[in-house]
Design a protein around this ligand. Structure first.
Ligand SMILES: [Fe+2]
Length: 205
């Protein structure tokens, strides 16, 4: 007897592979969180605990070479992930579509969402203080599970309804853009000490 796991949801985890750049990106993100007044105002008006450039700046890789360097590395990670997903891209490459910085204060979170109009989404983690929240990933078939029992606590990872991915500074996480995800406020009983800094992005075909 065999049972097979079908209809895979791929999740890519790698290290950026440039620790010096991660440090430079921390400075770049914190400088931005001070200088981008429109972004600060938007974050405040929308109840974001901290700062995000999501709604205020759309040219960061051109504006600051530190972000440009990051995009050159991310392009390679995304190309690798596209290969792993067996995407038939018709000889073209996935291209960066949007790119934004997040500086989340202790207690901050980001509720469940997907990234429409994109193929691959991801986050590169710059600063992850102790106690910072994980990335919670959700089984995309959840709306179909009307009468399904919940899974056992020790179920294999590919049978779980929620999976928590724990980033470190320099982690690159990638997933298909339809995969619902959220940033949970805290990973454990410890209070987060410092700001959780990450850079998120979408790639389109
Ligand atoms: Fe997201």
């Amino acid at each position: 007897m065999t049972t097979r796991s079908l209809f895979a949801t791929r999740f890519y985890e790698a290290d950026l592979g440039d620790d010096d750049l991660v440090e430079e990106l921390e400075d770049a993100a914190l400088e931005l969180a001070k200088a981008d007044r429109a972004g600060v105002a938007w974050s405040k008006a929308h109840g974001y605990r901290g700062y995000t450039s999501y709604a205020s700046l759309n040219d960061l890789p051109l504006r600051d070479p530190r972000f440009g360097d990051l995009v050159r590395l991310l392009n390679k990670h995304v190309a690798q992930f596209a290969k792993d997903c067996a995407f038939d891209l018709g000889g073209r490459k996935l291209k960066l579509d949007s790119f934004w910085v997040n500086v989340l204060k202790p207690g901050g979170a980001h509720s469940g969402h997907i990234h429409p109009h994109s193929v691959v989404s991801g986050t590169m983690y710059v600063a992850i203080p102790e106690g910072a929240g994980a990335l919670k990933l959700e089984d995309p078939r959840l709306p179909m599970m009307m009468a399904a029992p919940t899974r056992l606590e020790d179920a294999a990872e590919d049978l779980r309804t929620f999976v928590y991915a724990e980033p470190k500074p320099g982690s690159v996480f990638l997933w298909e853009s339809w995969l619902r995800h959220e940033v949970v406020p805290n990973a454990g009983p410890k209070k987060m000490d410092g700001e959780r800094i990450s850079i998120s992005f979408n790639y389109r075909w």
